[in-house]
Design a protein around this ligand. Structure first.
Ligand SMILES: Cc1cc2nc3c(=O)[nH]c(=O)nc-3n(C[C@H](O)[C@H](O)[C@H](O)COP(=O)(O)OP(=O)(O)OC[C@H]3O[C@@H](n4cnc5c(N)ncnc54)[C@H](O)[C@@H]3O)c2cc1C
Length: 389
């Protein structure tokens, strides 16, 4: 049987791959997407019902246009498919307490968000502790020195639905989807890449690898020394007193003084009787195929005791649900979107470090523009590999 040939083959159909496949198919490219599972699934980095989206992205200015454009693409998809992807409930970034001796020029995550919002003209409000407590009674226990940034245009997206929607549109636009096949090897040649799976092979003039936590084993050097897989846990705590939660409650990010500890969470999803809250860890690295997928209830209780109970009302420590997910983390927590330095015709997209989903739709669009037009409207230059060499 002849080897199936494509102009572009996208390896990995999670957040980044589904967006890229859809945008390439939209531009009439002969494209295929391949995934070892059947996305959306709960084995990688894109599950757990919700992802925060905000426009004043405290991680840096390069991300702001990507977040804004992604929100527009999700709205377009919602209209095309009659599905709800983006809940614009607002996002509240808080510093839990402020040291009175703090130097005047000190900057934390909340300050960065305010500064970016001002620079980009993003609608926002700066709130003191009293204003936060008055508008959002779920944060009634906050310290008097707490500070907040509220962005009404932010909120959360539904990751599984976003992936599903983009794969559905890609299929409708004649992309080929191959699921349940793991890519084992990429063999570049003079005019393209041979993509080797167990028992099958494909050819493509270009390959885009968006393999999430499995990127390093497939891509080799230098990615095997740049990418770390960090296990994360997600907890849905029982909503004890729903009256604390106004009808339009925001997604939130809470930092302790000097950004020492962080947790983030979402408003209650109607009918679920819980609030999803998570924290982050970057200390321990895991191997993707031996990731411990059992959430720890002891860790959940610690999170509740140390970060939830002192700052939030209306929740009980009992878990309604829990899950394990993983970040792919780079040394500076920025993205890598660049050509593979040793594999010709291969582009690598590692856009995680715990904050990639909100940018995924626009990253897919920019990659498709690069393939078709040779350049993208939004600049991906900040994500080049060069900064690590
Ligand atoms: C717990 C958690 C919370 C997060 N919260 C937020 C948030 O609030 N806001 C935000 O913006 N971002 C957030 N992020 C980050 C965001 O979810 C990620 O940036 C994004 O999901 C990464 O998408 P991806 O396409 O790189 O990986 P994935 O979606 O995991 O996709 C990778 C795909 O590649 C496939 N694959 C891998 N290897 C192969 C192979 N060899 N052959 C075939 N297929 C392969 C996998 O099966 C998978 O489907 C969070 C991440 C986690 C884990």
């Amino acid at each position: 049987m002849p080897t199936p040939e494509f102009d572009v083959l996208v390896v990995g159909l999670g957040a980044m791959g589904a967006a890229t496949l859809y945008q390439l198919a939209k531009r009439g490219v002969k494209v295929a997407g391949i995934d070892r599972f059947s996305p959306p699934h709960d084995q990688g980095s894109s599950h757990g019902d919700t992802r925060i989206t905000r426009q004043a992205v405290g991680e840096g200015a390069a991300y702001v246009p990507l977040a804004i454009r992604s929100q527009q693409i999700w709205r377009e998809l919602e209209a095309e498919l009659d599905v709800e992807l983006f809940e614009q409930c607002g996002v509240l970034v808080m510093t839990a307490s402020t040291d009175p001796q703090r130097p005047a020029d000190a900057r934390d995550f909340t300050d960065n968000s305010i500064e970016l919002a001002r620079r980009y003209g993003i609608e926002h409000q700066v709130l003191d502790a009293g204003e936060i407590r008055q508008r959002f009674p779920q944060f009634a226990p906050l310290d008097d020195s707490a500070r907040g940034y509220f962005e009404p245009g932010g909120g959360f997206v539904r990751p599984e639905r976003c992936i599903e929607a983009q794969l559905t549109r890609a299929r409708q636009l004649r992309a080929t989807l191959i699921t349940g096949q793991q890519v084992l090897e990429l063999k570049p040649g003079a005019d393209g890449v041979e993509v080797i799976c167990q028992g099958s092979r494909f050819k493509a003039r270009q390959v885009i690898v968006s393999a999430g936590i499995w990127s390093a084993p497939l891509l080799g050097a230098p990615f095997d020394s740049l990418l770390r897989v960090c296990r994360q846990q997600l907890y849905w705590f029982r909503l004890d007193q729903p009256a604390h939660y106004p009808a339009r409650s925001p997604s939130f990010i809470l930092h302790s003084a000097e950004d020492r500890d962080t947790c983030y969470g979402f408003p209650p999803i109607p009918g679920e009787g819980s609030v999803k809250i998570a924290t982050e860890q970057y200390e321990q690295a895991s191997q993707p195929d031996s990731l411990d997928r059992q959430p720890s209830s002891a860790d959940a209780q610690r999170l509740f005791r140390e970060l939830v109970a002192p700052h939030m009302a209306g929740l009980a420590p009992q878990l309604v649900k829990a899950s394990v997910c993983a970040y792919t983390v780079t040394p500076d927590s920025g993205f890598i979107i660049d050509r593979h330095p040793h594999l010709a015709h291969v582009t690598v997209v590692s856009a995680c470090s715990g904050h990639g989903f909100k940018h995924s739709a626009a990253i897919g669009e920019a990659l498709a523009q690069q393939v078709v037009d040779g350049r993208s409207e939004l600049d991906l230059g900040s994500f080049s590999l060069q900064r690590f060499t």
